[in-house]
Write a protein that binds this ligand. Structure first.
Ligand SMILES: *Cc1c(COP(=O)(O)O)cnc(C)c1O
Length: 381
């Protein structure tokens, strides 16, 4: 038996719906394929469900970051505090605007940006704080919103992978001055294509983002360009498909969380054997991935592969160690927790199509690699 990391039949249940939408939108009289009624309804649905004052869909999660940073006025000379461990757009979107990403180390177990270190990284040039939710765990948003208030900084909440999570009852994406989502297939509300969204209660920010996503036009007068913008528009077929799939989102996330609960319960006995599961619990969590820390990560990965179980390493390098971002790594500075995480991190399959038998098989295979020892456990490593 082989267990792929991504389900081979991701959208199988909705295949007929997608084909029907393709036909209906493709043959409709108005021939509207971007930013039409389906996009408007999808934005309305997200606004209502979060809730948030405004949701602006756009071409990708990366673009959602760019549009928001631009609307916040980020440019040359500005600094933006970002995690040292995460995906490339956290740094590239800032750098593309001529600003400087200031890499900040993470908390060792949860691997999300450390608010104390973020505060220490603030300088007179800092304009925006970008906490990112990653590896199933939301960043400490109460601390970051407080930091933003106390230092007069804007908070851009990267919730690209955390749609559907809530911390203390407040939805991911609604904590910052703005939040972003990504709908690329691996994310929590993934779809068969590219898409993103900006979430905000700030009407002025929303107006600017709306303009920037469509070449600086205001949505009323065509070919009147108020600002230099982007092409970052949303697709009508995808919007209609997401409207259809939204109903099943909670159940899919619940299945993921159940699998994660099971893994964590099974792996808690392996800490002394060098395998550390994420903290147990559901608050502020979204299991788009299930991520372990393993001292012998590469060996564990090979062991699982030999048993037909595919895993992934997000991410093999801290951002400041990437050649592309090396010029933003101050000489001599280290990010020891990010470095340790990059060497030990491993993600297991957690998609909702997994059967209970497959989930047990994966947990058994991890145990076979690192038998738990009945030693006295070290708490709170
Ligand atoms: C995926 C991701 C993005 C970018 O989203 P895309 O839709 O792939 O452009 C941004 N931030 C984080 C944390 C992500 O995981």
């Amino acid at each position: 038996m082989s267990i792929p990391f991504f389900p081979p039949d991701l959208f199988e249940q909705d295949r007929e719906v997608l084909l029907d939408l393709l036909h209906r939108i493709g043959t409709a009289a108005d021939q509207r394929f971007i930013l039409g009624e389906h996009t408007a309804r999808f934005e309305h649905l997200l606004r209502t469900e979060l809730p948030a004052e405004d949701v602006i869909t756009c071409a990708t999660g990366t673009s959602a970051l760019t549009l928001t940073l631009r609307a916040m006025g980020v440019g040359p000379g500005d600094e933006v505090v970002v995690p040292a461990f995460g995906c490339a757009p956290l740094a590239s979107t800032v750098a593309e605007l001529g600003a400087t990403p200031v890499f900040t180390d993470i908390r060792p177990h949860t691997m999300v940006i450390d608010p104390d270190l973020a505060e220490a990284a603030i300088t007179p040039r800092t304009k925006v704080l970008v906490p990112a939710h990653l590896f199933s765990i939301m960043a400490d948003m109460p601390r970051f919103t407080d930091l933003g208030r106390r230092h007069g900084l804007r908070v851009l909440e990267d919730s690209a992978v955390a749609q559907g999570a809530a911390l203390g009852g407040k939805q991911a994406g609604t904590w910052g001055d703005a939040g972003v989502f990504s709908f690329v297939q691996v994310k929590s509300f993934g779809m068969p294509g590219e898409g993103g969204a900006v979430v905000t209660d700030d009407a002025e920010l929303a107006r600017t983002v709306r303009m920037l996503r469509n070449h600086g036009q205001d949505g009323r007068t065509r070919f009147l360009h108020h600002r230099i913008g982007y092409n970052s528009r949303f697709d009508e077929i995808q919007a209609a498909f997401q409207l259809h799939r939204f109903d099943g989102l909670a159940a899919r996330l619940e299945r993921r969380a159940q699998i994660a609960d099971y893994y964590t319960a099974r792996f808690e006995s392996l800490v002394d054997a060098g395998i550390q599961p994420p903290p147990a619990g559901r608050d502020g969590r979204c299991f788009y991935v299930y991520t372990l820390l393993a001292d012998r990560r590469d060996e564990l990965r090979a062991h699982l592969r030999a048993r037909g179980i595919e895993t992934h390493v997000y991410y093999p390098l801290p951002l400041p160690h990437q050649p592309a971002f090396a010029r933003f790594a101050p000489p001599g500075q280290r990010w020891p927790r990010a470095e340790s995480a990059a060497a030990r991190i491993l993600s297991l399959p957690v998609h909702p199509q997994l059967s209970d038998a497959q989930v047990e098989l994966i947990a058994d295979a991890v145990h076979a690699f690192a038998p738990s020892r009945p030693l006295v456990r070290q708490e709170a490593r």
